[in-house]
Design a binder for this molecule. Structure first.
Ligand SMILES: *Cc1c(COP(=O)(O)O)cnc(C)c1O
Length: 357
């Protein structure tokens, strides 16, 4: 049997490290399913949907709705994808590839480094500082050399939770002709003024990623979008799978986006729980909790891997273990869940810390 493509053969498939657990706070999902009233609206629309027909290839209705929602000139500033993850791959197909270079800022979302390997894109790492903030001077200096084609800045960053400085991103966009993707998968949970969406008209090389998976609780549906200059969107359209966003997802997206203010209360609850959890964690001995603007918290605790395992085995509490990731030694990421889930986690963690006193 012939081996696979030499770029593919050495890779290890993405592993979400998902295990069944009573308290599943490991994947940054919303703790709540769709509001029953809204779900009913979706089900009624699905009942009228002809499943034998191909979907609208570019999800025109949803595209127009999103463009209008952000005050963009037209639907050609928006592109929908099968989750944000599909659009991240499209980005590498269209702007990466052999002879092309990505500037990455680890520790950050691992999917981009993976897509770079898969597409043969060269990666230049400009590591974050010890507190996980971006090394702004180093990024500016490296981009100024002129060989960077693509930068991905995740803000709020996954898994560290901190946001990029808007003033810095604007200076960067002004200083380079490289495409800058700002991945705002968690921006709904951040303070006002952290998003780059107000500057979309100002910088043709700015592209913003958003998703329905996190604040809008549709991780199971697979729906994300990018916002940007129509010339960039056109290039992404060339590499995209023609029917990747099925008609069912389009209906869900339309219903949720049209009613998105309904989600404000949940987002407020998550922000409140984040503050409560963060304060409790900060008060624990030997635990360091990093400031977060997302729906998760990164903590550093001695013996993190063993604590992760014991919390899972003894109390069926699953958080995400990052202790094997360079720069994230002894770090665990905890998704902010419902108040009950957060309490169960705190209890399980305290038990493990007590055992190790
Ligand atoms: C979750 C996530 C996404 C997108 O997820 P999808 O479910 O594919 O929409 C993108 N970027 C980051 C950093 C994420 O954490």
């Amino acid at each position: 049997m012939r081996p696979s493509n030499p770029r593919v053969a050495p890779l290890v498939a993405y592993d979400p490290k998902s295990l069944p657990a009573d308290t599943f706070i490991s994947a940054n999902e919303s703790p709540y399913d769709m509001d029953p009233e809204l779900k009913q609206k979706v089900l009624e629309r699905l009942a009228a949907l002809p499943f034998n027909r191909y979907p609208d290839p570019l999800a025109g209705k949803l595209r127009a709705l999103i463009a209008q929602g952000y005050g963009l000139p037209g639907p050609d500033c928006v592109l929908l994808g099968n989750g944000g993850d599909e659009l991240l791959m499209d980005l590498f197909l269209a702007y990466g590839g052999p002879e092309r270079t990505l500037l990455n800022t680890p520790p950050t979302f691992s999917v981009n480094a993976y897509n770079a390997l898969l597409t043969g894109t060269r990666v230049v790492d400009v590591p974050r500082k010890a507190d996980f903030s971006l090394d702004e001077d180093a990024i500016m200096a490296r981009a100024a050399r002129g060989d960077i084609d693509l930068l991905v800045i995740t803000s709020p960053n996954n898994p560290t939770g901190n946001v990029a400085n808007v003033g810095f991103l604007r200076r960067l966009l002004e200083s380079t002709d490289a495409l800058v993707l700002v991945d705002e998968a968690y921006m709904e949970f951040a303070d006002a003024g952290c998003s780059m969406t107000p500057y979309l008209g100002e910088y043709p090389n700015l592209l913003i990623l958003r998703t329905f998976s996190k604040a809008y609780g549709l991780a199971g549906v697979r729906l994300g979008y990018v916002l940007g200059d129509p010339r960039v969107i056109r290039e992404l359209g060339k590499v995209r799978q023609p029917y990747s966003v099925d008609s069912i997802s389009q209906v869900l997206g339309e219903v949720v986006f049209a009613d998105r203010t309904r989600y404000d209360a949940r987002i407020r609850e998550t922000r409140g729980e984040r503050a409560r959890l963060s304060a409790k964690l900060a008060a624990l001995p030997r635990v360091r909790v990093f400031a977060s603007q997302a729906n998760f918290l990164l903590v550093r605790v001695p013996d993190a891997h063993a604590i992760w395992q014991d919390m899972y085995e003894q109390d069926s509490v699953l958080v995400r273990d990052f202790s094997a990731t360079p720069g994230l030694e002894d770090c665990l990421r905890i998704t902010v869940g419902s108040p009950q889930e957060n309490d169960r986690f705190l209890q399980a963690l305290c038990k493990q810390l007590d055992r190790r006193r």
